[in-house]
Design a protein around this ligand. Structure first.
Ligand code: AHG
Ligand code: MN
Ligand code: MN
Length: 360
């Protein structure tokens, strides 16, 4: 006889229980989240077979950032789209892999939510069998027409209804929040169900790790360099150094820091003065993780203030990211305020542009 688990709390049961706390909930968000969990299972399966079934390697297509798309990126993007195009829960979608808003096919009806996603985060790691993930964020539709527009997508992170990620590591996990804490589930592959393993995640104190691509230190601003020295216990009061861990999949780096305590940063820099904003995408990566960090008691900043308060001005907007335990993220803001006046001016000019609402 196999041992009986103490509880068998599946993701479906959990999402339904959360829905019951919202009087007037229609169940649409519940089903949308459940569909994302199913998409995660399919992508996890493809990820583990990638080496065997020839979905590794680059396709011909180039995404909107000029990066060559990996086949698995295309597959994951397609799965999420197909899972959600016909459900009448969404008015539009937007993906890191598509230049424009993704319309719901006219053959299907629309609904009251918008889905934003990075189908495969850390895709440069696929060929070397290192963990990758999927990030998603859900807004409520705010315009009145039947179909969604850019206005529905270009909302502050503060307005998110839900966000989460699937993490394809040694185990597959799904982490999500609907604004009532952060909850983590691990896929039991033998029964194909996500089981609640990490209820009510709080980012622990003190932070133990920092994660950044220190190979680019040459391009960092003086404030970011001082911040990194502070993390190492060199600049400032000389505390015990944090350990450095950098995988190069934001999801994997963020997840470690969420569970163990730590800070991830991908700063802006002045390498190209008219591009002071770093690499990460506000709508497909940063907003979702900022919401999760906030719900876990942490904080996410662009170096000046809360990422959740940034009014996006374009679909593929980039943003510097400092995310994890609140204290180190606030230290980053402090060092930047003291040392990086030129960078702040250049970055503010970019960040505070008027929204491009073509077709809105
Ligand atoms: P994506 O694979 O979706 O393009 O994202 C990759 C991102 C992020 O996951 C990671 O933290 C960062 O790029 C790594 O960039 P560097 O190689 O410049 O460190
Ligand atoms: Mn990504
Ligand atoms: Mn990606």
């Amino acid at each position: 006889m196999l041992p009986m688990p103490k509880t068998l709390y599946t993701i479906e049961r959990h999402i339904l229980d959360q829905e019951r706390k919202h009087p007037g909930a229609t169940g649409e968000l519940t089903r949308l989240l459940y569909d994302m969990a199913l998409a995660g299972k399919i992508i996890a399966d493809a990820t583990t077979r990638a080496g065997l079934v020839n979905i590794l390697g680059a396709t011909e297509s180039i995404n909107s950032y000029g990066e060559t798309q990996k086949k698995l990126d295309v597959f994951a993007d397609d799965i999420i789209f197909k899972m959600n195009d016909h459900t009448e829960r969404l008015c539009a979608m937007a993906s890191e892999e598509h230049e424009d808003l993704i319309d719901i096919p006219t053959s299907f009806g629309t609904g009251k939510y918008v889905l934003l996603y990075d189908p495969l985060d850390g895709s440069s790691n696929i060929d070397v069998n290192v963990a990758v993930g999927t990030i998603f964020a859900i807004h409520r539709k705010i315009t009145h027409g039947e179909r969604g527009t850019l206005t529905d997508v270009l909302q502050k992170g503060r307005s998110l209804v839900a966000a989460g990620y699937m993490f394809y590591g040694p185990s597959t996990m799904m982490i999500y929040t609907t604004g009532q804490g952060v909850h983590g589930f691990t896929l039991d592959a033998s029964i194909g169900e996500f089981i609640l393993t990490h209820p009510n995640i709080r980012i622990p104190e003190p932070p133990l790790y920092y994660s950044a691509n220190q190979g680019y230190e040459k391009y960092w601003t003086a404030g970011v360099r001082r911040f990194c020295k502070w993390l190492q216990g060199i600049d400032g009061e000389g505390h015990t150094p944090l350990s450095q861990r950098y995988i190069g999949s934001m999801i994997a780096d963020f997840h470690r820091n969420l569970i163990e305590g730590g800070v991830f940063f991908y700063p802006g820099d002045m390498k190209v003065p008219d591009k002071p904003y770093g690499k990460l995408r506000l709508l497909f990566e940063a907003q979702a993780l900022a919401f999760i960090a906030q719900q876990a008691g942490g904080y996410a900043s662009d170096g000046l203030g809360d990422i959740l308060d940034i009014q996006p001005h374009q679909l593929h907007q980039r943003v510097p990211v400092f995310i994890g335990n609140r204290a180190p993220v606030e230290m980053a803001e402090q060092f930047i305020a003291e040392c990086d006046k030129d960078w702040i001016k250049a970055y503010r000019e970019y960040r505070d542009r008027d929204p491009v609402l073509l077709g809105a």
